[in-house]
Every structure is written in C-alpha cells, then in structure tokens.
Design a protein around this ligand. Structure first.
Ligand SMILES: Cc1ncc(COP(=O)(O)O)c(C=O)c1O
Length: 389
C-alpha cells in the first residue's frame, strides 16, 4: 500500500516577528556559566522568558549549561513541567491562592518568605512527600522575603517542619537592590545581612546547600555575590543591566530582533500632519512609510522617536505610536529615489546590531524605560520565530 502523502502548510514569512536567536541564548549561558563557576547558573525564564518564549529558551539554556530554571509563579513552573522539562525549577512569588499542592506534586522548589510555610506543609502532608523549599530573607530590597527580625522565628519553624519530614530547606536566598550600580555600598550591606542569615539558619540546625543572591548585575560585576548559585535573567537574553556598559562590552549577544515590513509608502506635501493629534507635520514634500507595529504589539506608545532601520538607514518614528502602526518620515532623498519602492522592505526596530540596527536600549531610551520592559512587553500578537534551533 502506498503511504499517504504528508502535506505541510506552505511556510509564509511572518508579517511581523520577534526573531529569537537560540544560538545567542546558548552563547550567553555559556559565557555566564564560565564567569560564575564554581557557582551554578539558574536561567530566569519568568514572564515567558522575558518575552523570548519560555520553552525554547529553557531548553536552550539547559543545553548550554544552566542547571536551574527560575520563575516567579507556580503556574509558570507548571508550564515547564507540562512540557516535560525536568530540570530543577524554583518559583518564588506566591499568593494565598497559589497551587502549592500542584507545585509539590510536580517537584517544584518553592521560595518561602514565611507565611507560605503552613500551606506548603499541608500540601506535602496530603501528598506524603517532602517539599523542597528555599527560605527567603529580605536583605534590603524591601520586597519579598522575611525581615531580619522575623528570620530567627522562620528558621525555627522551618527546622520543625524539616524534622517532621514535611519540608527540606535546600536553599536560602535573597535579591539584590542596586547591583546594576556596582559602586554603591548597599550591596556590601546586603551581603553582610545574607551571610549572617545563613549562619543563623545553620545554628538553628538547617543545612541549606544552595545559597543564592546574585542577579545578572551581581553575576557580571560582583563575584562576592555569587555564593552557590546565581539567578540570571536579563544577561541570558544578551542584554546589559548596566547603564554604562553595552552587551558587546560584556561579551553578550542580544537574542531578540523585532522586525516587520513597510506596509505602505506615500509621497505627501509639506505640512502633512501625521498620526493622532497631528503632533508631527512634514517640513517639506517627503515620503512617509507605515510600519505595522504599535502598542498592541507591545511598542510603548510614549516611544515617538524610536529608531526603525529600513534599507540600511535608521529613521526616527514621527507622530504618535498607535495601536497597530507607526510612521517614519523617509525624507526628500527618498522622494527623489521613489519612495513607493520601499513597500515590503524589511523594517527592523531592534536587534543585536550586526546589520546596523538599533539596540533594545535605544528603544528603552525612547520610551523612558529599561531594556527589561521593552522585550518583556512584546505582546503575544507578535509571532516568535526561532533561529538556530
Ligand atoms: C528573585 C529574582 N531573582 C533573579 C532575577 C533575575 O534578575 P535579572 O534579570 O536582573 O538577572 C529576578 C528578576 O527580576 C528576580 O525577581
């Protein structure tokens, strides 16, 4: 019998895409793992891997030497487990409604600031399992984690839960507040509070094997924050946490390129208003090009002036960014050259810079924000396309 022909849908190039280079992810993970050794590396893949797509990134990071994955929510950790990612995963941000039962059942390590402990114990008892927890101390950031004042009580009740067989305290952790400004002294103070908290836990009978404090900035600039494990997010994606250092200076490769195609080009006279509010008006006869990305795609509406590269030239966005589109003014030169020929030309908002395109940081500057936010908020409407899988 003849085998049935398998028909595959014709692959169409995406109208718009966030192209994710997994080779860059693997490079960054190797670079970071080499830098922090003998400490181990956790790839932080919360928020859909900072907008890069959690599963492909998690797999690439593990392949390149990350030994842990980190997420904020239990639901994010469960997504990894549902996709058969079996590596150690830590989830650290919970509410009273978080599904601790599912987390313990799926062997997810849980951050614990204190109030969660009874719920984690209850889940462990129901499952007849021992939950793996990492106690969190607030060493100065003022967010999650036990205060130093409550810490002695927390380690005592955690030890009691351990003796009952409900939990094992595998780690103690905290989060840095100003490591992106390496000259600030507060990091020293955080290290001191952290070291004291670990010693107090040990005095209470706990034997946490994994002490972790560093984020990307700590991993890259403060070896004294590395301890046993570093939790790197931003740097895995090839972006710099420092205002005064580029990705290239850190040996990192930005992984995301945001691109589309010019969807319309038209010649207009001087004095043509552009986009809602008519805040921009053409100074001379010129050609306008329409870029089909807007705030529904996650481009900050405030980012007028953000750079778009078309045919080897970088143009600032003019007028207001709308829900689906934005406009660049190609200028008189293009008018002479015949601007309509630009329809269908590739338009790149940001990328690694290898073809002269702008960086994520340039868009962050245009939007008065940080590179973290620019990549993380690229919306699900923009397909993620993976390279070097
Ligand atoms: C607890 C914790 N650890 C590590 C990270 C990773 O930080 P970064 O992306 O700066 O490396 C985050 C992210 O905000 C975090 O919340």
């Amino acid at each position: 019998m003849k085998s049935a022909a398998v028909s595959t849908p014709t692959e169409r190039p995406s109208e718009r895409a966030a192209v994710i280079d997994l080779k860059a992810i693997r490079h960054n993970v190797r670079r970071l793992a080499g830098l922090v050794t003998p400490a181990r590396l956790m790839a932080v893949v919360k928020a859909d891997a900072y907008g890069h797509g959690v599963l492909p990134v998690a797999r690439a990071a593990l392949e390149a030497g990350a030994e842990w994955l980190g997420v904020a929510h239990i639901s994010e950790a469960l997504t990894l487990r549902a996709a058969a990612v079996h590596a150690p995963v830590l989830a650290w941000l919970h509410t009273a409604d978080s599904d601790f039962h599912a987390a313990v059942a799926a062997d997810i390590d849980l951050g614990c600031s204190g109030w969660e402990l009874p719920q984690i114990r209850a889940a462990a008892q129901q499952l007849r399992k021992t939950a793996r927890i990492h106690l969190k101390i607030d060493t100065g950031l003022g967010r999650n984690g036990s205060t130093p004042d409550d810490w002695l009580h927390l380690v005592a009740v955690a030890r009691e839960a351990e003796l009952a067989g409900d939990v094992t305290v595998v780690g103690i952790f905290s989060h840095l507040a100003v490591a992106d400004e390496p000259s600030r002294g507060e990091t020293n103070a955080q290290i001191a509070v952290f070291t004291k908290a670990v010693a107090q836990a040990q005095s209470a009978g706990l034997t946490p094997a994994i002490r972790h404090l560093a984020n990307s900035a700590g991993a890259l600039s403060r070896p004294d924050t590395h301890f046993d494990l570093v939790r790197t997010g931003l740097a895995v994606y090839g972006l710099s946490p420092f205002a005064d250092k580029t990705s290239a200076e850190l040996g990192l490769h930005p992984a995301m390129t945001l691109r589309t195609h010019v969807s319309l080009c038209k010649d207009v006279p001087a004095g043509q208003g552009v986009s809602y509010g008519l805040n921009y008006s053409t100074k001379t006869a010129t050609t306008l090009a329409l870029i089909p990305l807007g705030y529904a795609d996650g481009i900050p509406r405030i980012a007028t002036g953000g750079p778009v590269r078309v045919n080897g030239v970088t143009y600032p966005v003019v007028g207001r960014i709308a829900m689906d589109q934005m406009v660049i003014d190609l200028g008189e030169a293009t008018l002479v050259a015949g601007g309509a020929s630009m329809i269908g030309a590739e338009a790149v908002l940001f990328g690694p810079g290898t073809n002269g395109e702008a960086s994520v940081d340039a868009w962050a500057a245009a939007a008065s924000t940080i590179n973290y936010e620019v990549v993380t908020r690229i919306s699900p409407r923009v397909p993620r396309v993976y390279r070097n899988v």
